[in-house]
Design a protein around this ligand. Structure first.
Ligand SMILES: Nc1ncnc2c1ncn2[C@@H]1O[C@H](COP(=O)(O)OP(=O)(O)OP(=O)(O)O)[C@@H](O)[C@H]1O
Ligand SMILES: [Mg+2]
Length: 185
């Protein structure tokens, strides 16, 4: 039988091994992404975004979060893969705005030189542009696990998905002024 200290230790080992399991899972998914066939079709990104953001709202109804999603954003994309990418981007927007009193998260697009540039913008903790190149690397994190949980595989996954679509992805941020992730398809 375990005493209090033993129980605490056991719980921490258990949690660490669960995190490790999650990490291995994510890594496997990431490596598969390089090989899977992609099946692009006309896909409404707004519909996918609605379902993701409804789940997020339901996960914490107490939070005051305004989602602004531009309607009818039809793109040629693999619906399953683009959902994974959007899920990761919205998860981040949701997570890195956790300390806000009022959160606003926008998903829309702009047009530049005849190209459509999608973006997801939040008003959260942001990041230092000096380290922007690190964001999309596996296991690269700009925040500590104590402050914000995570393994640093989300954006590497998103980047891989966007690249599989021959698109580009980049980010802009400012500490305490939020972050914006841009991508093309
Ligand atoms: N919306 C955002 N606002 C501020 N920083 C962000 C945002 N999105 C990502 N980052 C920074 O980029 C890092 C990498 O993001 P990524 O999604 O790859 O990892 P993560 O969220 O830490 O973990 P997970 O693997 O669970 O997604 C984060 O640790 C964070 O420092
Ligand atoms: Mg993430």
């Amino acid at each position: 039988l375990l005493d209090e200290q033993g129980k605490d230790y056991f719980m921490r080992v258990k949690k660490a091994s669960q995190q490790m399991g999650q990490l291995i899972d994510d890594l496997l998914k990431l490596s598969r992404l390089t090989r899977v066939q992609i099946h692009p079709e006309y896909t409404d990104l707004a519909t996918i975004a609605e379902s993701i953001t409804n789940d997020l709202k339901a996960s914490d109804p107490e939070r005051e979060v305004e989602f602004v999603i531009k309607q009818d954003m039809v793109a040629r994309a693999d619906p399953n893969l683009i959902r994974i990418a959007l899920q990761n981007l919205f998860d981040n927007a949701w997570k890195y705005t956790r300390k806000n009193k009022k959160t606003s998260i926008e998903f829309s697009f702009l047009k530049k030189d005849n190209q459509v540039i999608y973006f997801i913008k939040d008003n959260g903790v942001g990041f230092d542009m000096q380290y922007v190149d690190k964001l999309f690397g596996s296991f690269q994190r700009l925040h500590t696990t104590q402050e914000f949980e995570g393994s640093g595989i989300g954006l590497a996954t998103v980047q891989r998905i966007i690249h599989r679509h021959f698109g580009r992805i980049w980010a802009e941020g400012e500490i305490n002024k939020g972050a914006t992730f841009f991508f093309t398809l």
